[in-house]
Design a binder for this molecule. Sequence first.
Ligand SMILES: Cc1cc2nc3c(=O)[nH]c(=O)nc-3n(C[C@H](O)[C@H](O)[C@H](O)COP(=O)(O)O)c2cc1C
Length: 341
Amino acid sequence: MQGPFGGGLSSVKLTSTVSNMGGLGGYGAYTMSPDDIYEVDKQIKAVTDKPYNINLWVSDTDAPGGAITDTQYEQAKQLFQPYFEEAGIPLPEKPAPFKSRFENQLQVIMDIRPKVFSFMFGTLPQDVMEQLGKHGIRTVGAATTLDEAIALEASGVDIIIASGFEAGGHRPSFLAPAEQSTIGTFVLLQLIKDKVKIPVIAAGGIATGRGIAGALTLGADAVQIGTAFLATDESGALPTHRQMLFSDAARYTSLTRAFSGRLGRGITSRIAMDLSGKEKSFLPFPLQTTFLSPLRKAALEQQKWDMVLFWGGQVAPILKHNKAAKLMESLIKETTQIMNP
Ligand SMILES: Cc1cc2nc3c(=O)[nH]c(=O)nc-3n(C[C@H](O)[C@H](O)[C@H](O)COP(=O)(O)O)c2cc1C
């Protein structure tokens, strides 16, 4: 599986390239409006007749009622003021309340019926799972702990992603706090395989045929690869982001809540380091992203890379391919050579 990327980093070209070559392409749609998801789905269907996966976040805000208090806003302003000053831009207005999009997005999934629907940040209620099943949609839920995998299996998902903490992007934890759910892919995979009967997909730190073969040897039924596909020209990542993934900077990644309010892994930035331990003054997801979006824009324009979070996983320094088709070819060839010598 090609890992779906939320927040505008997926592309029709990447999803279809992977699906057309025998993988399962994925498209991350959690920030999109229903109309935009219908449109993207049409575009994918126009370029592949193979199965693909659409991904959503079942929980898309941590702010009660989607809003923050004036005190929260003042605290965040105080903490981030020096960075806005450094970029020479004013502090933003208090972010408007966020209205969850998930219910409406889920309706689109029922309508467009992708072969596979993967989701993160929780489980879905029984009636929704039954409806998805009746529509012939395979469901895939993400776990960062054994407890989450057991909860997902009990909820009726078809497949579980074992998401190790090496992975790029947000940590999809939903039972314990993400900081307490930092298990490596290969341990998590084995724990889940030992206790759960449904298929398990290993995700996090896999970028080569050797990595795939290692995961399969440990019992994985498939793998999901994110960072290696994010770094290809076909992804929706900015050229600078893709260059960063191939640069020495990618040797250092860290988990931080500083940029979105939820814990995620990206190339280590100065802001993430400076503000470690100050999480209480960050805004809840996704209002922290809204609050920081002018700073991100200004930092990108001014090439202040250490103030930008470039998402990526720990495996980035061994990446070799910047074309999705070449990456797929190499993954298939190397895995086959190792597994069927
Ligand atoms: C930039 C970025 C965005 C991501 N967005 C999502 C998402 O919206 N939904 C999801 O299920 N997984 C998301 N992921 C996780 C990937 O689908 C995949 O599980 C992960 O990247 C695998 O680990 P790796 O990066 O070490 O290959 C994202 C990963 C990255 C790097």
